[in-house]
Design a protein around this ligand. Structure first.
Ligand code: AMP
Ligand code: ZN
Length: 112
């Protein structure tokens, strides 16, 4: 998608702080972090949201990448939170499916 900010990041048209990349997944630091570590995991293919990938292998691709990065960050034992926002009520602002991975500190007990 030519006007999608995350497609532009994947294609290096917009700079990002890359954390991880494989054939299917790209991960980079969120520009406005909400935890000590706040990383976004995105599919390299453009899909609008999580509904669009639930019948594909992409969920597995994403979670495999998250697991690798968790070990790299040393948070696989201490823990991390994964969040995806879908649609208006969840506050989705970028319509290229992405998963927030938050870690490196004790996270809020509240999720909403
Ligand atoms: P969401 O509200 O779930 O759609 O999350 C979108 C996320 O993308 C927000 O946490 C933003 O801070 C983040 N974001 C937007 N533009 C950029 C960018 N250019 N580089 C890194 N993160 C971004
Ligand atoms: Zn996109």
């Amino acid at each position: 998608m030519s006007d999608c900010v995350f497609c532009k990041i994947i294609n290096s048209q917009i700079p990002s702080k890359k954390v991880y990349e494989d054939e299917n997944v790209f991960a980079f630091q969120d520009i406005s972090p909400q935890a000590k570590n706040h990383i976004l995991f995105v599919t390299k293919k453009h899909y609008p949201d999580v509904e669009a990938i639930n019948q594909t292998d992409e969920l597995n691709n994403i979670f495999k990448a998250i697991s690798i990065v968790a070990k790299q960050l040393g948070v696989d034992k201490t823990g991390y939170r994964v969040v995806t926002n879908k649609g208006t009520d969840a506050g989705q602002t970028v319509f290229h499916v992405h998963f927030h991975m938050l870690s490196g500190q004790r996270l809020s007990d509240k999720m909403a």
